[in-house]
Design a protein around this ligand. Sequence first.
Ligand SMILES: Cc1ncc(COP(=O)(O)O)c(C=O)c1O
Length: 393
Amino acid sequence: MTSALLASLRPEASTAPASGIVELSKYARAAGEVIQLWVGEGDMPTPSFIYEAATRSLAAGETTYTWQRGIPELRQAIATYASDLYGRELSAERFFVCGSGMQAIQIAMTLVAGVGDEVIIPSPTWPNAPAAAGLRGATPVFVELDHGNRGWQIDLEKLEAAVTPRTKAMFINTPSNPTGWTATKEELAAILAIARRHGLWIIADEIYTRFVWTEGSPRRAPSFHDVREEGDRIVWVNTFSKNWAMTGWRTGWVEADPALGDVIENLIQYSTSGSPVFIQRACVVALERGESFLAHQVTKARKARDIVSEAIEATGRCRFSRPDGAFYLFFGIDGVTDSNAAAMKLVDIAKVGLAPGSAFGPGGEGHLRLCYLRSPEQIALAADRLKAAIPQL
Ligand SMILES: Cc1ncc(COP(=O)(O)O)c(C=O)c1O
């Protein structure tokens, strides 16, 4: 009976892949006192100066339907933040508030790819992006990043060779979850040139841009904003989740040429019909007053990256390079071919939970992903345990 019900569903829905982290997370939760480093978020709740704006809004009765694109105050706050960050004037008309970075990706995919189309995605990748393409009937086409002495690298020739007459878009996530690969400005210019040559869209996922570890401690990673020109086919997806410890608020934004405004508004109308006003009030405060909290998060992540990198290096058994951005360590372990089994074994012997690399698309198997946006004390404890346990795998 159940299989008949399932068989009658649209295959795009019924065959959507399950998250490759679920099995590990269930196993680790059942194991009790495990340091949980498999999930992509920090260890801090949302700060009070942010959430109090939401409670004030609720108390004031802001509980009704609202602007589909986002309240004007929030769109202006995003525009001011982004104009400052990218050093160019970006009007509020470019920004569309939606329910999370994930929904921003869904909206972007819906704009540019559908049944029979292909979307090129460098891999290892956050699996939700290819899944969003698949749900729309499009095929994700993976281009594996290379991993050598200089860390994770993109092969631009391989990227262009993946373009076919069916290709509609490239999903480019930099700094990357899970690898930490961070494109240089020159690489972004080259990727944009490929997009221009073939008439492709770029879905730019730069949500980790503030977490960047390259020379000179820049304020952000290189962005397509640094290389784009008027008329380029680029849609950015973004989120409040990571910078301001707001993963549970499920709010993000799409940035695109204002010419797309009515279309994007329709997509919001026919999904959530707009984000809650009280949440948007908190988001305004995050943007306007959240820089020192964010600076604290970045400093913490930088310290944690060094602590955990030293421990992994010290094992002498790991294929790994210090990531240039985001807050994940993605490392291979010599002799490990089944990352799910290895992750479970680490739960047993080290009481540390990591995400199996097999969850992150082609090129991921044999690796483990560790989220290090944690206090230095917790990361030091996890690092010690991993240093002792990895040689036993
Ligand atoms: C690369 C990337 N993009 C987008 C998101 C979406 O974040 P959220 O849906 O929490 O806004 C995530 C979350 O982990 C991510 O890693």
